[in-house]
Design a protein around this ligand. Structure first.
Ligand code: ADP
Ligand code: MG
Length: 676
């Protein structure tokens, strides 16, 4: 069908089209030689000297210069970490895992990952007592700080990818700064702080860290020819595929292509289309190896993107913004930039958290472009026009300015710190802080919005590495005797979707999963699927997943998350229980954590949210789409052209008063004219 559309032959016109490509052979070199060829290598001794001399140091260097993989090894070879551990934070789990694996590989000596070099990401700890170099997501290091605010096990902490300004990294800036100060004051083992960034505007950082020293690593980059689309593209996904084939028919096979899209679903669709079209006898060009890179991939599969394709085969990598700066893949000659990124944003005025696909910043566009010029001259195809580019934000807005602060506010409270008084590099908006405290109060984690003290319930909630609303569900599950079911549902909600919905076989997929479908909504449907999955014999899992259009890797991940949550529940003395077929127990339990996410049928398919009275629709992917239950509870709001509610459970009207009495009083169901 795709080839009928002529997608492989469709021409998108770009400006500045001068495609003379020289055939550069990819040389095969040893790991040791690869290390020596990195731009950072020339600075090795200088860097070691500077790290020795300064307690806090900011290191700048372009993506791919070797900061993440080499600096920890330099520190280690010079013994600068003494008897402590080196922690290196990464904003994303994929990056933490893949760089840890790389560094373990560079050490060689039969040392596997988890020995000398390890990683810790949410729901997965791959470290041992022997581990000295530990890659960790910023979220996990923050969690560790909750139990050990001086982070005393670490003598060196490297906050990597600081330019991304994720919420967790921003909070860690304040935590490590304070830990360093207190450790010095109390004459404890000193803490060295290293901040690394791939962008150059760091005056701000230096000022925050008491005007600490900044060093630049001289990069080596080659010019990249930038081609803007001549006309705006209304379907950037299709344009990515079309652009790929435009390149594919002309470029030599060893010129690899990197495509930036926004998420798993888009990436898998694009991968599927390219695989299909590349095999089409009418398509010109060499064979293609398609690799994908996104958050929810298991470690080993991620590592496959680093393997060079066989001679005569073109490698194309389709990635989220992971490949923008945090992961570098060799051999990229072409970049295709959709210009889009998926961001989670929180709107304090509406109380809604949205997963939104939006335009990248110009800084991000330039980082993406740079990925084509690491080893030789490259090409970048931007699927947006020059004037669209000029309208983009200059730099990325720090996450603290736009994120939901609930979890972090709670974590800071666990450290007896109130977010309003925290030493932020850039303070969060007051409305977001207020919204966070309001929600914590609603959940019963604090008594008053001004308090710096968690309630007993709040302390329990803080123990789970989850959104406080999900933690509350697990804690309340004891009362509703549905701990087993609640753990499964929360695990499913903490992972990527287990449902596969290939666009061309959507109906078939729905039919295959029909037997799991529950009139109570998506959470119960997912629970049914998961329970069926648990009953499948180990050898039949692949087939079962295939038959039911279930994403095997994702559901395997869910089962790991489930084990971890069971473990935490055990530690928190929440005894296991099951509600068996009394599914109302589970529905009520979900409501006890998510009562602020309730919507009521308003008129003709429109739902109005109780809290902020927003008009929304049921997402077409929901099992209750097409029906019109009066009350629903939702997990997520997705904004595309309209505002959709996703992952729903139907609830009964009188449950609100039973489960969240105070809240129900203030937000009564009176949809008739929305007068509340
Ligand atoms: P930076 O942190 O400065 O962006 P990195 O230390 O991440 O740079 O990367 C240095 C080099 O290591 C890059 O050339 C990259 O291609 C290479 N590299 C990283 N991980 C792997 C891997 N798993 N396999 C092969 N090469 C890798
Ligand atoms: Mg890096």
């Amino acid at each position: 069908k795709l080839s009928e559309n002529g997608l492989a032959k469709r021409a998108i016109t770009f400006g500045n089209g001068n495609n003379n490509i020289n055939n550069n052979q990819k040389p095969k070199i040893s790991v040791q030689d690869q290390k020596r060829q990195l731009p950072i290598f020339a600075n090795k001794n200088k860097l070691i000297e500077l790290i020795k001399r300064h307690d806090t140091l900011i290191i700048l260097g372009e993506a791919g210069s070797g900061k993440t993989t080499q600096i920890p090894q330099y520190i280690n070879s010079a013994g600068l970490q003494g008897n402590g551990q080196i922690a290196i934070t990464q904003p994303r789990r994929v990056a933490a895992i893949s760089v840890a694996m790389r560094v373990a590989q560079e050490y060689g000596n039969g040392m596997g990952i988890g020995d000398y070099v390890g990683y810790t990401v949410r729901f997965e700890d791959c470290t041992t007592k022997k581990t000295r170099i530990k890659f960790v997501t910023d979220g996990m290091l923050l969690r560790e700080a909750m139990n050990n605010r001086l982070l005393i096990d670490y003598t060196v902490i490297m906050l990597d990818e600081a330019h991304e300004r994720t919420l967790h990294t921003d909070v860690l800036f304040g935590i490590v700064k304070e830990a360093q100060r207190v450790r010095e004051q109390r004459k404890l083992t000193p803490l060295k702080i290293i901040i690394t960034s791939a962008t150059m505007n760091v005056d701000h950082f230096s000022k925050y860290f008491n005007n600490c020293k900044v060093v630049y690593i001289e990069g080596r980059t080659f010019p990249v020819d930038i081609h803007f689309a001549k006309k705006p593209q209304d379907d950037y996904q299709t344009s990515c595929v079309a652009t790929f084939f435009q390149i594919h028919k002309e470029a030599p096979p060893d010129h690899d292509v990197l495509i930036f899209l926004t998420g798993q679903e888009e990436i898998e669709t694009c991968a599927h289309q390219i695989r299909l079209l590349a095999k089409d006898p009418e398509t010109e060009g060499p064979p293609v190896r398609v690799c994908t890179l996104y958050a929810a991939q298991p470690g080993l599969q991620q590592m496959a993107v680093f393997n060079p394709a066989p001679v005569g085969v073109r490698k194309v990598i389709i990635s989220t913004n992971i490949a923008e700066t945090s992961v570098t893949i060799s051999g990229i000659k072409y970049v295709i930039d959709s210009g889009m990124v998926k961001v989670r944003t929180f709107h304090p005025s509406t109380g809604l958290e949205l997963l939104k696909v939006q335009r990248i910043s110009r800084e991000q566009a330039d980082q993406r472009t740079g990925r084509a010029g690491r080893q030789s001259q490259g090409f970048c195809y931007r699927l947006y026009t020059k004037s669209q580019f000029e309208l983009m934000n200059k730099s990325t807005v720090p996450e603290v300015q736009k994120a939901n602060l609930n979890t972090v506010a709670l974590q800071l409270l666990a450290l007896k710190l109130h977010m309003l008084n925290f030493d932020f590099m850039d303070a969060p908006p007051k409305e977001s802080v207020e919204a966070a405290f309001r929600q914590l109060k609603l959940l019963g984690a604090i008594e008053e919005c001004v308090s710096t003290e968690l309630t007993a319930l709040g302390k329990k909630i803080a123990k789970f590495p989850l959104d406080p609303r999900f933690s509350k569900i697990l804690i309340m599950a004891e009362k509703f005797s549905c701990v087993k079911e609640a753990i499964i549902v929360v695990s499913l909600l903490s992972s990527e979707s287990i449902l596969l919905n290939p666009p061309s076989r959507r109906e078939q997929a729905q039919l295959a999963r029909q037997k799991f479908r529950s009139g109570h909504g998506d959470h119960v449907t997912l629970l049914n699927i998961y329970k069926a999955f648990e009953g499948v014999g180990k050898n039949n899992i692949r087939l079962w997943c295939h038959e039911h259009f279930i994403h095997m890797k994702n559901i395997m991940y869910v089962s790991e998350v489930k084990e971890q949550l069971q473990e935490i529940c055990r530690k928190c003395d929440i005894p296991n229980s099951t509600c068996a077929s009394q599914i109302d127990q589970l529905r009520k339990c979900l409501l006890s954590g998510l009562f602020m996410n309730v919507a009521e049928l308003y008129r003709d398919r429109q739902y109005i949210t109780l809290d902020k009275r927003q008009v929304t629709l049921i997402h077409p992917s929901s099992v209750v789409h097409g029906q019109q239950p009066r009350f629903i509870l939702f997990t997520e709001v997705v904004q595309t052209t309209k505002c959709y509610l996703r992952d729903l459970t139907t609830i009964e009207g009188d449950w609100m008063a039973e489960i969240a009495a105070d809240y129900a009083k203030k937000h009564s169901f009176k949809s008739s004219n929305g007068n509340t």
